[in-house]
Design a protein around this ligand. Structure first.
Ligand SMILES: Cc1ncc(COP(=O)(O)O)c(C=O)c1O
Length: 347
């Protein structure tokens, strides 16, 4: 039996997009200043600022999304602060406590609807301002698109960020999949992040070899961010090879077309699954599909595909589409499920 396909394991399982590799090869000429003081990095930073309509922002680059999130969050807080997040936040569940380790601040999860937070949750949480016995909420981090594949609508994110600001909270957007959100919304990039103060702008999950950017829209609240970046080992000496990928993929719109393709594949899969009578565990807004599979069906699928079950107590299996997912990949997984369904006596 061939080993199971990794086509839906993660968008990190996809190869790097040729555009990213070509950009790295094109950057590989002559000597340039290191640590980001090179013209390619400057150009990439300018493109990111222009894309998000943030002329006064600063831009940094990190090797990973985890690194970018930690740099953004840790530079906002002191050890007595609290970082608010959702109950499914990557920074809470999947960064091995990195934001807490580096910042000394605590992470406080708030109940969410698949990663979408009601602004009222902030009001409920902020009750002990100035009380020396309690950690002080300083920043809230939300994810666009969310860990459960949902997309914040522009009006919802605008309202949320505005309420956070009224409550004197900074806002971080973990945008490791923000390109998927922008493509799904058809909005401007700025609308997809509201008035957030700092944003992780994903590259790796969207076709880059490695690299996520940090868009610091209100640098006055993130003083020392470059020291955090250096301390945790994300200030690449040969910076141009990270930034060249953003430069090239933003220049001609590839960064959005790859995301739109991944979303389209997820929509095709999602429609196929519901057509088979299966139940989605959350709406498919972007490039991730969550579907309820009983244990025998999951085992049958796993003979053919590597699929992740994010919460072992929930029956939801996750299928992630990427720039490299094909119609054929989608149709193959649907065929497996169709076969499994017809084999099963009660269906
Ligand atoms: C929502 C979200 N944020 C951040 C990350 C971190 O990215 P990396 O694996 O590059 O550290 C991931 C990766 O899965 C993610 O899903």
């Amino acid at each position: 039996m061939p080993s199971p396909s990794t086509a839906f394991a993660s968008d990190n399982a996809a190869p790097a997009h040729p555009k990213a590799l070509e950009a790295i090869a094109a950057a590989n000429s002559g000597t340039l200043l290191s640590y980001g003081s090179d013209p390619i990095t400057q150009r990439a930073a300018d493109r990111i600022k222009a894309m998000f309509d943030s002329p006064d922002a600063e831009v940094l680059f990190a090797f990973t999304g985890t690194g970018a999130n930690i740099i953004a969050l840790a530079s906002a807080v002191r050890p007595w602060h609290e970082i608010l997040c959702t109950d499914i936040a990557h920074s809470l569940l999947d960064e091995a406590g990195g934001p807490v380790l580096v910042s000394g601040a605590s992470l406080a999860p708030l109940p969410s609807d698949d990663g979408i937070l009601d602004p009222a949750q902030l009001d409920r949480r902020i009750t002990r301002r100035g009380d020396v016995h309690h950690s002080q909420p300083r920043i809230v981090t939300i994810t666009q698109s969310t860990e459960n594949g949902r997309v914040w609508r522009p009006d919802a994110i605008a309202e949320f960020v505005d309420r956070a600001h009224e409550l004197d909270l900074l806002v971080h957007v973990d945008g490791s999949r923000v390109a998927n959100a922008i493509a799904a919304l058809g909005s401007t990039p700025a609308e997809a992040i509201g008035d957030a103060d700092i944003v992780t702008v994903g590259g790796t999950k969207n076709g880059m070899l490695f690299g996520d950017a940090i868009l610091v829209r209100r640098p006055e609240h993130f003083r020392g961010i470059d020291f955090v970046q250096k301390q945790i080992g994300h200030l690449a000496s040969k910076h141009r090879y990270v930034s060249a990928q953003f430069d090239a993929m933003l220049a001609d719109g590839t960064w959005l077309t790859t995301a739109a393709h991944a979303n389209a594949m997820a929509a095709r899969l999602s429609a196929g699954l519901t057509g088979l009578g299966l139940t989605l565990a959350s709406a498919t807004d972007a490039n991730e599909v969550f579907v309820e599979l009983d244990a025998p069906t999951l085992s049958a699928v796993r003979e053919h595909f590597v699929v992740h079950v994010p919460d072992p107590h929930q029956p939801a299996a996750r299928f992630v589409c990427s720039w490299a997912t094909t119609d054929d990949d989608v149709d193959t997984v649907l065929a497996v499920l169709r076969r499994t369904g017809s084999d099963r006596p009660h269906r």
